[in-house]
Structure formats: C-alpha cells, structure tokens
Write a protein that binds this ligand. Structure first.
Ligand SMILES: Cc1cc2nc3c(=O)[nH]c(=O)nc-3n(C[C@H](O)[C@H](O)[C@H](O)COP(=O)(O)O)c2cc1C
Length: 178
C-alpha cells in the first residue's frame, strides 16, 4: 500500500478529542498527515497531541510562515484525501457556501481530492434546516458525509449528532487510503 498524503481538519466541537485517534491510526498505517486545527479546535485539543502523534505540528494560522505560498495552497497540493472531523455546523456552512473565511475552509476550496466530513453537534443543531441544507449542498458538490451517529451527547442527552467513531470514519476512507 502506497502511503497517502492526508489532511485532517479538526473543527471546534467537543468530539475533537476523538480526532487524535484518527491521526494516530493514520500515522500507524504509514500515511503522511497534516493536521489543520481551527482556532476554536485549540480550545478542545492541544497542538502538542497532534505534533506527537503525526510527527509534525498542526497548522492553525492561515499566515503560518512555514508555508510561503500559504498553507491553504501548499497543504492542498498533492493531497490525496481530506477528512474534516469533527465537522461543526460552522465549517459545514463555510464549505457549503465557499466562504473561505478561515484556513480550513480556504484550503477546502483548493482541494482536488475526496473530502469526507464527519459532522458532530447537538440534535437540534443537526436537525436545523440550515445545517441540513448545507449538508445537502456538500453532497451535491460530490463530497462524503459519515454520520452523525445516535447516542450519548455531551449536552447530556441521547440523540442524533454524535460524531461517527474513528474506526467508522477510517473504514469509510479505505477505498482512498488503499
Ligand atoms: C463546550 C462546547 C461544545 C461545542 N460542541 C460543538 C459541536 O459538537 N458541534 C458544533 O457544531 N459546535 C459546537 N460548539 C460550538 C462551536 O465551538 C462554535 O460554533 C465555533 O464557532 C466553531 O468554530 P470552528 O468551526 O471554527 O471550529 C461547541 C461549543 C462549546 C462551548
């Protein structure tokens, strides 16, 4: 199996801690991973976790000077697969509308590879017509949605909105990773 270049976008939802498992599994399988954390994701998970798991620091700043052309360009070049997990209501909206209002949504517009979103949010947010419209737009744009699952939510309720488990997300990626 040829190692792939994977961008793992992590947005600011409570499920962000599970994305460390996704990063770890991809690293163990020998893939090269670039993690992009939204500013709000850093409130839930630390850069040090992804640095250690992936062997390189995550990118948070769209003006990161390690990327003279901009990380939104350099990380998109040669990318084989992009996984956005958790995908917050905010990043789904930004991508569906092509807003390019932060690093991840700007990078998204530069991608020429499969993009898989793993939405995670409360049940009312997931059921909101605006969120459903944005998800339908992303599917119609040719992207892939995994989950959300039903189960325990951090708002102390049970319902639909829980991020799909890391193994489910990775299984959904197998055809592109192999
Ligand atoms: C404790 C806490 C948990 C949150 N969990 C979620 C979530 O699971 N899904 C979601 O869409 N937003 C969630 N939010 C709201 C987002 O953090 C907020 O919409 C933020 O603007 C998302 O930014 P980002 O998409 O740039 O990371 C949560 C906020 C807090 C304070």
């Amino acid at each position: 199996m040829k190692p792939k270049r994977v961008v793992l976008g992590v947005a600011g939802g409570i499920a962000a801690f599970k994305s460390a498992t996704i990063a770890s599994r991809l690293a163990q399988a020998g893939h090269s991973i670039s993690v992009v954390l939204s500013e709000n994701a850093t409130r839930f998970v630390g850069a040090a976790t992804f640095t250690a798991l992936c062997g390189n620091p995550p990118v948070i700043d769209g003006f990161d000077s390690r990327y003279p052309l901009g990380p939104h360009i350099e990380l998109a070049n040669g990318c084989d697969l992009c996984i956005i997990a958790p995908a917050t209501a905010r990043i789904l909206a930004s991508c569906a509308l092509g807003l390019a209002d932060d690093l991840l949504s700007t990078l998204y517009l530069n991608l020429d590879c499969p993009v898989l979103f793993a939405p995670a949010m409360s049940t009312p947010m997931w059921n909101a017509p605006a969120v459903q419209r944005n998800v339908a737009q992303l599917v119609s744009d040719g992207h892939h949605i995994v989950g959300p699952a039903e189960g325990w939510l951090s708002c102390r309720r049970t319902g639909v909105g829980r991020m799909a488990e890391p193994d489910v997300i990775l299984s959904a990626c197998q055809e592109w990773l192999n």
